[in-house]
Structures are given as C-alpha cells and as structure tokens.
Design a protein around this ligand. Structure first.
Ligand code: KG4
Ligand code: ZN
Length: 358
C-alpha cells in the first residue's frame, strides 16, 4: 500500500511516499529554518506564506522521486495537529484537494504519533537502518521536539497512554532559548550540542558551572525546563559580572570556553532528567522496548546515554535516522499505515485543534 504523506505543522514543508508503513520510496523536506533564523524562532505568518509557495513543488518532487503517479497512490495522509494552525491548514487543504481530484481517502495523522513511527521505518532510499524494527508492545517512547516533551506508553498500534509531558517549555524549546541567550542562533539544539562537545573535559570536571535538575525527584513523569533556562540566564549574568570586575565593572562578553562549558552543563542536565524519568517508566511498566523520537532525539549524548542504560537493562532501544528525527512526511506516512481505519472522505478532513497525542 502506497501512501502519499504531507506534513506542514511548523516550519518544514514535507511530502513523502511510504510503502506499507515501513519503506520510504521518497521523502522531500523544504526547511524554512534559515528564513526564521533572523527572528530567533518560527513566525507563524511567515511560515504559512512559505508553505503556500512550497507545497505543490514539494509534493511534485516526492511523486517524481518515487516515480509514482496518482494511479500508484492508494491513500493520502496529512498531519492535522498539533502545530501552528495557519501552517497545518496549508497541508490539510492540499491533501483535501488532491484527494478530491484523485478520488482517494485521507488519513488524518497526529504529528506526535508521526514522530513515534519514525522508529518503524526500515528502509530509506534502499539503505538499511540499524536498530529499527517492529514495535514490541508495550513500548515506551520519549518524544522530544521543539513543541513537545511527551512520555508515551504504547500498548498497541491503537492504544497510547500519555504518561507525562512538560509543564512549561519543551526540551527542544529549552535548547533553542539557551542558544539564543548565548547568541548562538536558531535552531539551538544542534549548535548547543556542538559547543558542548568542544568543551574541555578538565574544565567540565572543575564544576565551575552547575545547573539544577528540574523535577528529577518528583514522583511523576512530568518535566519542566523553563526554570533551567532562567538558571542559565543567571549563570551568564554572574559570569559576565565576574569577568567585568576590575575593569570598571563593565560587563564583558562570555569567552568561547565559557559558552562551551555552559552548553555542556545544560545538555548534561537535560539528558539526565530525560533519562531518569524515561527509565523510571520503563521499570514501572515493565517494557522491553524504549524509543526516542522528535528533533531532540538527534542529540548524540541523549542517544548514547539511552543506549547504555538500555544495554544495562537488557532491553531494546531504537531511534530514528537523524533525518527522520526532525519534521518530515515519511514518519507521517508510516504512522498513517497503522491508522488507516481512520481514513475519511476528503470533505471530512479538518485541522485538529487539540494539542495532545491522545
Ligand atoms: O521535531 P522537530 O523538528 O520540530 C518540532 O516538532 O518541534 O524538533 C525541532 C527541535 C528544535 O527545538 C531543535 O533545537 C531540536 O529539535 N534539535 C536538537 C538537536 N537537533 C534538533 N536538540 C538537541 N540536540 C540536537 N542535536
Ligand atoms: Zn515535530
């Protein structure tokens, strides 16, 4: 079964053709990151306008890359939420129009569920992917993106339970805000991670900078990252003040070494909290399979610490290919295959204004 999937929930215009929920025949992602970088974050009106421009060429390219025409497409899938409403509308309208024209049904897909199913993809343009396999139920998936931090218990392809989520900022949002505080640009995750990797080990061990681990001791599966951002801001101000002393008390910019150390400490604490809560859930629900998903799952430290902990417990661990961690339509096509019972006639498809996976 070939599904044409469309994703426009935030600042990526994406289309893909996915066979049987596991094999990606084509995947096209037109990222708007550069466009939004100058504003330090996604501007909804700018994003929607860009989607209007890109959606038809992106779908065209996806069909072309897969050497597919409408005859070989069985159904159309589209992200209906959560996301920016003005962006979602462009994808939903495109899916509806194509479905009318081609006489197909449309499968509505939850964006967060899409991220989870990036773990189900076995082949991407004929390259085998290590670690990816069918879900073993029950599974736990930590979905960490720019908009969400969700800990999800997956009991079957039809049954999901949200165990906990962030009470304020999402993990990716925290990376983005810390990057902006440190003048590192947008998106923040990759650059903060790169700076953290460059920090010197001996300086890290000197514990010059220490940040709190929010909610780590609380007996729930919720997260909170906005306090951490404030703690980073205080650290930056303190350090600037310290450097300025003796020089007419003028605040100095942080040195590259300081920025690297702060990035490393920030990343350490975020990974520690995510790891602690996820594996607490793994033990509580006796799951045999733990997964990462979402843009922050591209983080090398997060992946390696999850892999180590899973090895210790003797359970399966999977994560999507780097290019399938951030927003794409292949994951939407994969999720749609397992949700095809929800397929509807094009005039029924709507943006879903609820923000959660359930
Ligand atoms: O899933 P995604 O593409 O979009 C949303 O649905 O939000 O996630 C984007 C988020 C951004 O906040 C970005 O900073 C973060 O993922 N991200 C990372 C890394 N790569 C992307 N965070 C930490 N480390 C990374 N290597
Ligand atoms: Zn996303």
């Amino acid at each position: 079964m070939n599904i044409l999937a469309i994703e426009t929930s935030c600042d990526e215009t994406a289309a893909a053709i996915v066979k049987d929920g596991r094999f990606v025949l084509s995947t096209i992602v037109a990222s708007q990151a550069q466009l939004h970088a100058r504003y330090g974050g996604v501007v909804p009106e700018v994003a929607a306008r860009k989607h209007v421009e890109s959606i038809v060429p992106v779908i065209d390219r996806a069909l072309h890359q897969a050497s597919c025409d409408q005859e070989r497409i069985d159904m159309i899938a589209v992200t209906v939420g959560p996301g920016l409403v003005s962006s979602l509308l462009i994808g939903v309208d495109a899916a509806r129009s194509l479905a009318y024209g081609w006489g197909k049904k449309v499968i509505p897909v939850n964006h967060m569920l899409g991220h989870v199913y990036a773990n189900q993809i076995l082949k991407l343009q004929r390259r085998k992917i290590q670690g990816a396999s069918d879900f073993t139920f029950p599974s736990i998936c930590l979905t960490v993106s720019g908009g969400h931090t969700d800990l999800i218990l997956i009991k079957s392809h039809k049954k999901f339970e949200l165990l906990g989520s962030t009470l304020d900022d999402a993990a990716g949002e925290a990376f983005d805000k810390v990057a902006s505080l440190l003048g590192l640009g947008y998106p923040g995750g990759p650059v903060v991670s790169k700076m953290a990797q460059k920090s010197s080990r001996s300086l890290r061990l000197s514990r010059q900078y220490r940040l709190p681990s929010p909610l780590i001791d609380q007996n729930n599966f919720d997260f909170s990252f906005s306090g951490l951002k404030t703690a980073v801001r205080n650290l930056v101000e303190q350090q600037k003040g310290r450097q300025g002393q003796g020089r007419n008390k003028k605040k100095e910019p942080l040195s590259t070494k300081d920025v690297q150390l702060i990035c490393s400490e920030f990343e350490r604490v975020v990974v520690k909290v995510l790891l602690h809560k996820t594996f607490k859930a793994v033990t509580r629900y006796k799951v045999k399979n733990v997964m990462l998903a979402g843009g922050v799952a591209a983080n090398a430290r997060l992946r390696s610490e999850f892999a180590r902990e899973a090895r210790k417990l003797g359970i399966l661990f999977s994560y999507p290919l780097i290019q399938l961690c951030t927003d794409n339509a292949a994951m939407i096509g994969a999720a749609a295959f397992f949700q095809k019972n929800k397929a509807m006639l094009p005039d029924k498809i709507r943006v879903d204004l609820r923000s959660s996976i359930i």
